[in-house]
Design a protein around this ligand. Structure first.
Ligand code: ATP
Length: 386
């Protein structure tokens, strides 16, 4: 089933929960709404399910407007964060509850349908158990089986894993993804966890303040965030505000870190005594490069479409910063070094910025608080945001 939201806004009195949200979810797609608390994810889901009516705009299922169609007639399965199983019913009765308004799909008996569904969520033989005797992950799978029992064409999942511990969450999300693709049911998933969104989705919509910031396949949203908000919310990022040099000079790179004062650092920007900046010598002209001044420090970027004098915001992922490597270098002071197994997350003070570097684990390298470390990134490792 194809789902469309067309210019949906939702206001509660003077408060705006959603502003002009337009989305299109394809038949069989696993589509995720991701964003921080209060950005409007649950409100969007409730408008789709029919628990709320949009103040403006339309929700359409296969092109048909859902205005005035009550939730139970929308053919939608919903799973909430808190399982919402009935404690006085057995697991099997809970799943059968999903069938109370409908004929069982395929005309099979209720018992057969319940056991098919429990099999699907890897809980065969759990029919007679009490929900209370199950783990959180098992309870959530029962809730999923109940939502799927009537064979909905649209499945809505609202933070279904947020009450579970990290390892269980990862396992359950793989199961949910497998079940969803086996059934081919169009699915809208809500999470505030951007790594979960990237891992599980065909496409994601990043919401912020009731608006859609970006829609795309996970890799695109990660690699090519459109806005600063997306750049910082999806994965970690180092974001720099700079100004494109108004007098491109015929120079290139010097080895290592520049030192000494550089006269004429961007007027009206930059902080005095910021970071190392300097006259570059021994320069080689490079075609297609753009010089960008950030707080009195000059970086050389490639693949940038910008006019001299433009303000430019660009980002560099922690994994694209290399200790002692890279064409554009800066020197920062270690304020935190967090060992994470395969990498160490190094945080450096660099003027007003905190720079995050993902350093591949190396037994011969360790970082102490207060160490001065030179890190750099290549000219083509940057991505410009609006
Ligand atoms: P969370 O991740 O914390 O659940 P969310 O992204 O799902 O957040 P929503 O629950 O959709 O956000 O809320 C969006 C905004 O709308 C919030 O500012 C919220 O306070 C407001 N809001 C939601 N429901 C109501 C309501 N019934 N009355 C007034 N304001 C509401």
């Amino acid at each position: 089933m194809k789902l469309e939201l067309d210019g949906v806004s939702k206001r509660y009195g003077t408060a705006t929960a959603l502003e002009d949200v337009s989305l299109s979810v394809e038949d069989g797609e696993f589509f995720t709404l991701v964003g921080p608390s209060g950005c409007g994810k649950t409100t969007t889901l409730r408008c789709i399910a029919g628990f709320e009516s949009p103040t403006e705009g339309a929700v359409r299922f296969d092109g048909e407007s859902m205005v005035g169609v009550p939730p139970e007639q929308r053919g939608v399965g919903v799973v909430f964060q808190n399982y919402a199983l009935f404690p006085h019913m057995s697991v099997g009765e809970n799943v059968a509850y999903g069938l109370r308004f409908v004929d069982t799909p395929g005309g099979v008996s209720k018992e057969t349908r319940v056991s098919e569904l429990l099999d699907l969520v890897d809980l065969s033989g759990f029919e007679d158990r009490d929900p209370d005797s199950l783990s959180g992950g098992q309870q959530q799978r029962v809730a999923l089986a109940r939502a799927l029992a009537p064979g909905p064409e649209l499945l809505l999942l609202d933070e279904p894993m947020s009450a579970l511990d990290a390892r269980l969450r990862e396992r359950l999300r793989r199961q949910v993804k497998r079940i969803q693709s086996e059934l081919g049911v169009t699915t809208v998933y809500v999470t505030h966890d951007q790594s979960e969104a990237l891992a599980i989705s065909d496409r994601v919509a990043v919401l912020n303040g009731g608006r859609v910031e970006q829609v795309g396949v996970p890799r695109d949203v990660y690699r090519r965030p459109r806005t600063r908000f997306v750049a910082e919310f999806v994965g970690e990022n180092n974001v720099f505000d700079g100004v494109v040099e108004s007098r491109p000079e015929t120079e290139g790179f010097v080895d290592g870190v520049e030192s000494g004062g550089r006269s004429g650092a961007v007027e009206g920007r930059g902080r005095s005594g910021a970071v190392e900046s300097g006259d570059r010598t021994g320069a080689i002209e490079r075609a297609g490069t753009t010089e960008v001044e950030v707080d009195g420090h000059r970086f050389t970027l490639t693949g940038i479409d910008a006019t001299p004098g433009d303000s430019l915001t660009f980002c560099v992922r922690p994994e694209h910063l290399h200790v002692r490597g890279g064409e554009n270098q800066l020197r920062g002071t270690v304020v935190d070094a967090e060992f994470q197994g395969s990498t160490t997350r190094l945080r450096l003070d660099w003027g007003d910025h905190e720079i995050t570097v993902a350093v591949p684990d190396n037994e011969d390298e360790s970082f102490e608080l207060g160490d001065e470390v030179v890190v750099g990134f290549d000219a083509d490792a940057v991505h410009v945001v609006e």
